[in-house]
Write a protein that binds this ligand. Sequence first.
Ligand code: SF4
Length: 204
Amino acid sequence: MKEELLEIYNSLYDKYGPQNWWPGEGLEIAIGAVLTQQTNWKNVEKALQQLKNADCMNVDCLKKIPIEKLEELIKSSGYYRIKAKRLKNLIDLLSIDSQPNREALIAVNGLGDETADSILLYMFEKEYFVIDSYTFRILNRLGLYNGQNYLELQQIFMDSLPNKLQLYQEYHALLVKHAKICCTKSNPKCDSCILSKRCLYNSK
Ligand code: SF4
């Protein structure tokens, strides 16, 4: 598995180049990770801009702002009532612990594995491989992993890859890129796919 995962990374990197994720820095990354749940990034960008315009991209403001006002500012990201609550929960944690570990983040109501690991990998620059629906799709189709178990697939990546921050960040971003423009949910573009020779889906 180790060799296959590195070869896939190299193929994707050769094809798409460095992705330099994640947009924003510091707290903006954590907020983006919460807001991007079940929506696309364009909608998140609008909400992030609204927060910036209101001078509320900081722990102090996010702690003090009434939840109704926060809901209004992040409305474009969808599910804004739930997300406003999740943001408040996250800010409660960050206001008492500016460097939370994975257990603390996971304990925040509404933060799942993917959101917690995105915050750890991109905001706190800790080596946690982020798994998402795109990772499952590509790995399932390639025939390298059968199932939908987040922690299991994360462990496979982390056991197989060198423990390097930039590699983890780039690999996740490259898988997202590949899933969005080539290995799409329906009608994947297998004829032009850089991974087609090793893909089981393609040979069916
Ligand atoms: S060959 Fe097709 S199914 Fe396989 S990874 Fe490429 S696009 Fe996805």
